[in-house]
Design a binder for this molecule. Structure first.
Ligand code: SF4
Length: 112
């Protein structure tokens, strides 16, 4: 019998203390991106839209639409434009309505 199993039976606790306390392993979780609107140009936006495998990103004119509910946190958009996109560090995402997961990010970078 594995030792951790016997210890869990003896103590009665076999999981972490989350959500009562933050779990240190959360620092290693992939998170959805955050965007720097002043670093976003239409060209940069189109590049990250093309890099997104889950179609969580689309561009409508000078607005980047980000569907947080479709994002898998894969990080491809961050790799495609690290100057304009960073990990948000936020992984506790919950919503009672789907529409609040659609974010509108203004594209404010200088156009070439
Ligand atoms: S992290 Fe991946 S899934 Fe999420 S927006 Fe970026 S490319 Fe798309």
């Amino acid at each position: 019998m594995p030792l951790w199993f016997a210890r869990g039976l003896r103590r009665g606790v076999v999981t972490t203390r989350y959500p009562a306390r933050p779990d240190s392993s959360a620092a290693f979780l992939p998170t959805p991106p955050a965007f720097r609107p002043r670093q976003l140009t239409r060209e940069t936006a189109d590049r990250i839209v093309a890099a997104c495998p889950s179609i969580a990103l689309t561009r409508q004119g000078d607005v980047l639409l980000f569907d947080v509910g479709a994002c898998t946190g894969c990080g491809r958009c961050i790799a495609a434009a690290p100057h304009a996109v960073t990990p948000s560090g936020e992984w506790e995402l919950a919503a009672t309505t789907r529409s609040v997961l659609i974010k509108q990010i203004p594209i404010r970078g200088e156009q070439p």
